[in-house]
Design a protein around this ligand. Structure first.
Ligand code: GAL
Length: 451
């Protein structure tokens, strides 16, 4: 069946956009008095990232923001989600402010507005100030005060013009990959780091929401979560139990405390260790009624019981071993996953609005005659969007969709190898080429009419 949806098939106020993140695109890593973030430090060790890649230049967005935002405009994209680099604004994480950093984001915001593009700001997309990491980073409870100072400053400097805010990007990924597995910055491992990082990130997510709302009363404030459909490997009770645990960890851990449901400790006993970090008012301080929740879905995971996996006794059966279609990230292409996640988050009736703040795919791109023909990415996006539409038609709450991502960029530990962009970037020359998926998205947003 072909894809024949257009933007007009969705509600008029359904939000369409693209997403990015500071460290993945900006470059200019040490310009002016910008301080280093944990990603600046992490990439210094060549073994941490594919082929020793780093984000020192990335897409050079710091210098090319006008060109890129103009291209968005030409492509009919009217919502741009991007993150602020904490250390561009507060080089040491707190204290001295970098006026150049503040000026830079003012220029980006003003240029978006000039182009009629609504800026959607993520306050924290994984680039913690290195100076704070040296004091323990997310494992140190003082992060609550550091984060509040940063959020207040951003609200005061940008809140007159920016009305769409997201507090954290995927806390499960930055605590899991960064503080448990050690495969992302800051490269810490083990439960002793993960457990306090989880609790402090949860407290900051709610505190950030309250701070934005109190300083920008007309703001729409949200936060974002990674989520994947979890399919048990078999109907055996051990596999069903393993799937439940994986679901608690990957999908429920950060949304439930904010809604007053507490951490999913019943399914995941290791979370009882969180009690050690609880202080008297925390229960209440974990709560916040966000205006919207952002969910980010790419794939599903098949999970089975495993005696050898510590704590969890569950493991993911890799997509590459399941004989299914995959992306360059070795993630299964499974469009119903996004429907399942919309449906799952709809069960939390307290959620007011649900926005897909990321969805997209990495495939191998080839430039030929100055064009990039990427049918796989286009069909991935179309088949996921079909499911979003189906969810909407089935009466589920879903209010927006952002593609990950606008330009190819620095894909964390995978470096520049997986390209997710609607726009191809030649990282030698910084030349941009709109891929055929990008041309399709822009036609879709223009209800079928080409540029
Ligand atoms: C998300 C993350 C993005 C991007 C994307 C693709 O988890 O928020 O920064 O890397 O995945 O892997």
């Amino acid at each position: 069946m072909g894809f024949d949806l257009q933007k007009k098939d969705f509600d008029k106020d359904f939000v369409w956009g693209v997403s990015s993140a500071a460290y993945q695109v900006e470059g200019a890593h040490d310009i002016h008095d910008k301080g280093p973030s944990i990603w600046d430090s992490f990439v210094e060790s060549k073994k941490n990232v594919f082929n020793g890649h780093d984000g020192k230049i990335a897409c050079d967005f710091f210098y090319r923001y006008e060109e890129d935002i103009l291209l968005m405009k030409q492509m009919n994209i009217d919502n741009f989600r991007f993150s602020l680099s904490w250390t561009r604004i507060l080089p040491q994480g707190y204290g001295k402010i970098s006026q150049e950093g503040v000026d830079y984001y003012n220029k980006v915001i003003d240029f978006c507005l000039e182009c009629d593009i609504t800026p959607w700001i993520t306050l924290y997309h994984w680039d913690l100030p290195q100076a704070l990491e040296e004091k323990g980073g997310w494992t140190n409870r003082d992060i609550i005060g550091w984060f509040e100072e940063y959020v207040k400053l951003c609200a005061k400097r940008f809140g007159d013009r920016v009305k769409h805010w997201m507090i954290l990007n995927e806390p499960m990924v930055f605590t899991g990959a960064g503080y448990f597995l050690g495969v992302h910055a800051p490269g810490k491992k083990g439960l002793k780091n993960f457990i306090p990082a989880v609790h402090h990130a949860s407290l900051c997510q709610a505190l950030g929401g309250r701070t934005i709302r109190s300083l920008i009363p007309d703001a729409m404030v949200g936060t974002t979560f990674s989520c994947s459909q979890i399919t048990p490997y078999s109907k055996k009770s051990k596999d069903l139990l393993a799937a439940k645990k994986a679901d608690a960890l990957l999908n429920r851990l950060f949304i439930e405390p904010v809604l007053g449901l507490g951490y999913p400790m019943d399914e995941l006993r290791i979370l009882r260790r969180l009690d050690e970090y609880h202080r008297p008012d925390d229960e209440k301080n974990l709560l916040f009624d966000f205006d919207f929740i952002g969910i980010q879905n790419y794939t599903r995971e098949v999970v089975r019981h495993s005696y050898t996996t510590p704590y969890l006794k569950a493991k993911i059966v890799k997509a590459t071993k399941r004989n299914v279609r995959t992306t360059l990230m070795d993630w299964e292409v499974h469009p119903p996953s996004i429907y399942e996640m919309i449906s799952k988050f709809n069960q939390y009736t307290a959620i007011k609005k649900l926005i897909i703040t990321e969805n997209g795919a990495a495939f191998k791109d080839v430039v030929s005659n100055k064009e990039v023909h990427d049918p796989l990415r286009k069909s991935y996006l179309q088949s996921y969007l079909d499911q979003v539409y189906k969810a909407k038609k089935d009466g589920l709450k879903v209010d927006g969709y952002f593609v990950w991502t606008f330009t190819d960029n620095f894909e964390w530990a995978e470096g520049y190898f997986p390209r997710f962009g609607l726009v191809y970037v030649d990282f030698e020359t910084q030349q941009r080429i709109v891929k055929s998926s990008g041309k399709w998205y822009s036609r879709f947003l223009n209800n079928g009419v080409s540029l």
